[in-house]
Design a protein around this ligand. Structure first.
Ligand SMILES: *[C@@H]1O[C@H](CO)[C@@H](O)[C@H](O)[C@H]1NC(C)=O
Ligand SMILES: *[C@@H]1O[C@H](CO)[C@@H](O)[C@H](O)[C@H]1NC(C)=O
Ligand SMILES: *[C@@H]1O[C@H](CO)[C@@H](O)[C@H](O)[C@H]1NC(C)=O
Ligand SMILES: *[C@@H]1O[C@H](CO)[C@@H](O)[C@H](O)[C@H]1NC(C)=O
Ligand SMILES: *[C@@H]1O[C@H](CO)[C@@H](O)[C@H](O)[C@H]1NC(C)=O
Ligand SMILES: *[C@@H]1O[C@H](CO)[C@@H](O)[C@H](O)[C@H]1NC(C)=O
Length: 285
């Protein structure tokens, strides 16, 4: 064990020396990437050694990435909320959120929401000393989405609720228009809604009730709206977008075993796989 550690240490020094001596050569050597819409993107690892990081949310103000990850054994579902600050590789833990799993962010007002097995918590991002405040109890939160309001799906009913603010009162309102048992929910820039259930992905055009089915993966792990209002779906080894002209799903990138998705302030894609969080930067190699 000791020898192994020693060897690692030597390797690290060698690697550091190499990159110092000629960083452009080192960059070339590790220029690993994938194609997004047929354009080469470099993989920049921003988090590593994590157990299934999921539910990514990017804080545009502080350039922090929030995520949930598994802390149980592989067959156990216990989770924790973590985050990585700009320029750091090691993550920190938000201990206050019990079994924290779901995350939604409101980058306009710099507020992030965390959902766990016993409710929803809220955190203001602009101040360093702000504390997580519990805003809802006695609900097991499955997934969350923010656009003008916080939407959340509860477990085990898989029903959608909207967290309504009316003057000085807030209360969760069951969204009866979504009668399905759903896994994910999102609203894009056209105010079209996307839902996923056991059958797959559907779009509900703004102002209609009609469900438009999108042939594609059966299981999705995330729906995220980019900074331009375009919905992106992660599922079955790829990132997909909806072509609304002929209602087909287009695979824009192949990513093996993809989990979460998010977009940074420059609209770069951030994704997670079972061990890493990676940013994709368009760059010649
Ligand atoms: C670094 O690499 C470039 C080309 O990759 C080469 O032109 C340059 O001489 C190298 N510099 C050093 C200090 O090795
Ligand atoms: C928060 O802390 C960081 C460093 O710890 C500092 O750079 C930043 O200015 C602080 N922000 C505020 C609003 O105090
Ligand atoms: C809400 O505000 C109104 C007037 O602004 C007040 O009469 C009412 O008691 C408040 N309700 C609560 C729950 O604080
Ligand atoms: C969605 O529909 C509502 C009313 O049906 C309309 O007011 C709104 O502008 C529409 N949103 C978009 C983005 O077109
Ligand atoms: C998923 O939702 C669609 C659209 O409402 C519905 O037709 C389908 O039966 C649902 N699937 C399941 C398994 O309930
Ligand atoms: C849908 O449109 C896209 C381009 O807009 C095209 O590449 C694709 O083949 C079309 N799909 C079908 C099933 O027509």
């Amino acid at each position: 064990m000791k020898n192994f550690l020693m060897l690692c240490f030597v390797c690290l020094i060698a690697a550091a020396t190499l990159s110092d001596a000629n960083s452009s050569t080192a960059d070339k050597e590790k220029c690993e990437g994938i194609h997004v819409r047929d354009k080469f993107h470099k993989k920049v690892v921003i988090g590593m050694g994590l157990n299934r990081p999921y539910q990514l949310a990017y804080d545009h103000h502080n350039h922090k990435i929030f995520f949930s990850y598994n802390i149980g054994k592989d067959d156990e579902d216990s989770f924790e909320i973590g985050y990585i600050e700009k320029g750091h590789i090691k993550h920190k833990v938000l201990k206050e959120v019990e079994n924290g799993f779901a995350i939604a962010i409101n980058n306009n007002d710099n507020v992030v929401y965390f959902g766990g097995s016993d409710g929803i918590y809220k955190l203001h991002l602009k101040t360093n000393d702000s504390v997580t405040e519990k805003i809802l109890s006695h609900q097991n939160i499955w997934d969350m989405f923010f656009k003008h309001h916080l939407y959340f799906i509860v477990y085990p009913s898989q029903k959608l609720y909207k967290y309504e603010h009316s003057k000085n009162k807030t209360k969760p309102e069951h969204q009866k228009s979504i009668h399905e048992k759903i896994f994910q929910f999102a609203i894009d820039g056209d105010d079209d809604k996307f839902i996923t259930n056991e059958t797959g992905l559907y779009r509900i055009k703004n102002g209609t009730d009609h469900r438009i089915f999108y042939e594609g993966p059966k299981i999705y792990r995330a729906i995220e709206i980019d900074n331009k209002g375009v919905a992106h779906f992660s599922g079955q080894n790829g990132i997909f977008v909806a072509n609304k002209k002929n209602d087909t799903l287009e695979k824009i990138a192949h990513v093996k075993n993809i989990f979460g998705l998010a977009f940074d302030s420059n609209n770069n894609i951030i994704y997670s796989d079972p061990h890493e969080i990676v940013k994709l930067v368009p760059e010649e190699c």
